[in-house]
Design a protein around this ligand. Sequence first.
Ligand SMILES: NC(=O)c1ccc[n+]([C@@H]2O[C@H](COP(=O)([O-])OP(=O)(O)OC[C@H]3O[C@@H](n4cnc5c(N)ncnc54)[C@H](O)[C@@H]3O)[C@@H](O)[C@H]2O)c1
Length: 313
Amino acid sequence: MLKVGVVGVGGISAAHIDGWHKIEEAQITAMCDIRPERMEPHPYARHYLSFDEMLEKEPLDVLDICLPTYLHVEFALKALGKGINVLCEKPLSLDAADAKRVYDTAKANGVKFMVAQVLRFWPEYTVVKELYDNGTYGRLLSGSMERLGARPRWSWDGWMTDEKRSGLVPFDLHVHDLDFMVYAFGAPQKTACYRSKRDDQDYLNAVYTFDGFSITSEAAWYAPPMPFAARFRFQFEDAVVVNEGGLKIYEKDGNVIDFANDAGGDTGKINLPKTGAYFEEIRYFTDCVLQDTAPDKVKPEELETVISILKSM
Ligand SMILES: NC(=O)c1ccc[n+]([C@@H]2O[C@H](COP(=O)([O-])OP(=O)(O)OC[C@H]3O[C@@H](n4cnc5c(N)ncnc54)[C@H](O)[C@@H]3O)[C@@H](O)[C@H]2O)c1
């Protein structure tokens, strides 16, 4: 049974904790947060206010880092140095050079490290990669990806709206879509970005050029408390794949594959897994640890490419 520690029991930790509970070969034995009340709903784990104390006292196999971005690298290096496998929330860092430092430390200590870039495990997005890799609908001609919401007001100590600690919209929000593009299509040949950054809102519009197609992408924290929406549209030669509150494939001959109306997850051509993406990323990392295989679905050079582009915005 893998002993798992979770550090940072804020907003996103709920999805991770839920994922770990579904893994039979793992158990959350310890948690750490500087706010004790965040750990109260989890009496099955031992609670720590100090990360160093948790590392000293707990024989952990895996550490799951759900801390604010600016703490990821420091905490990951400490755990890796003690021979603990580390799964870390996105983005790894605001500095591309950190990818090598972290992966080198993992290698030197014979343990695994992975950044939880969740879109790589998100069913609707994995379908796009599959269609692209297999050429199911011919070549990709264009794409559009959006991630729009309101300026976050919920984060602990307001760290998310502090540029030095979060990197704002590029690193906190747009990182998801850019990371997916780099994973699915490789590094873009050219990037053009327009950004409107103010104290109360942050918006960017980027165009990425790949070999034979381009992808336009918007990301925003708007000032009004608007609902969050993530969408995409990919135009292939023989179909347009749209994800707007549900995945649909409009085929050239008029046929429409509607994944929302497909209770069994089997469309005849493409299966959409019904499990959650956070569970899938945790399942994948657990398997890598148990089977001693590299978690190379997320590669350090891809993280470097993504961070370098985000840094330029
Ligand atoms: N993958 C996703 O979909 C997704 C979504 C939201 C956030 N995130 C990422 O997850 C990370 C956390 O974001 P969040 O929204 O949960 O933030 P949050 O502010 O809700 O939670 C952070 C938690 O860390 C705790 N903390 C702060 N300093 C600490 C320390 N020194 N020791 C122990 N605990 C400490 C805080 O008390 C808080 O509970 C960020 O890197 C963010 O980018 C990912």
